[in-house]
Ligand binder design. Sequence first.
Ligand code: CMP
Length: 139
Amino acid sequence: MSRTLAILKPDCVRDGNTGKILAHLEREGFEIVALRKMRLSTDQAKAFYEVHRERPFYDSLVEFMTGGPIIPLALEREDAVPHLRRVMGATNPEEAEGGTLRKLYAASIESNAIHGSDSPDNARDELRFFFSRAELIAS
Ligand code: CMP
C-alpha cells in the first residue's frame, strides 16, 4: 500500500463536483485516509507551488488556488501515485483521455479540477504540507 496527496481544486468545489469525484476515487480503490476543507492563503499557495515559481503561469496559478475553498485528501491504495495520475488524466483536459477526471470535470489547463502528487517523494512532502502525523495514522 502507498499514499498520495490529491487536492480538489476551487473549480471542483465551486461547481459541485466534490461528491462525484470522491465516489470516483473510492470506486478506483482509494481509501480516504484524511480529508479537510480549507482556503489557502496566498503565502500557503506560493509555498505549495514553489517548484513552479519561475513559470509564466505561477501568479495566475496562485490566484486561482486561493480563489475559493479546496479539499486536500490523503489517499491510499497500491501504486497510489501513478494510479491517481492515470485516473486524473493529462494536465490539459483537451489532451485527457475519455473517462478521466479532468476530461469529465476540468475546464482548462489551469482550472483542472484536481491535483495529484507526481512522485512518491513529492507525495510524502505534500501530505506533510496539509496533514499532521496524527491525521495520517491509518484508522
Ligand atoms: P497541478 O497538478 O496542480 O500542478 C501545477 C499546476 O499548474 C497544474 O496542475 C495546472 O493547474 C497549472 N498549470 C500547468 N501548466 C500550466 C499552463 N501552461 N498554464 C496555466 N496553468 C498551468
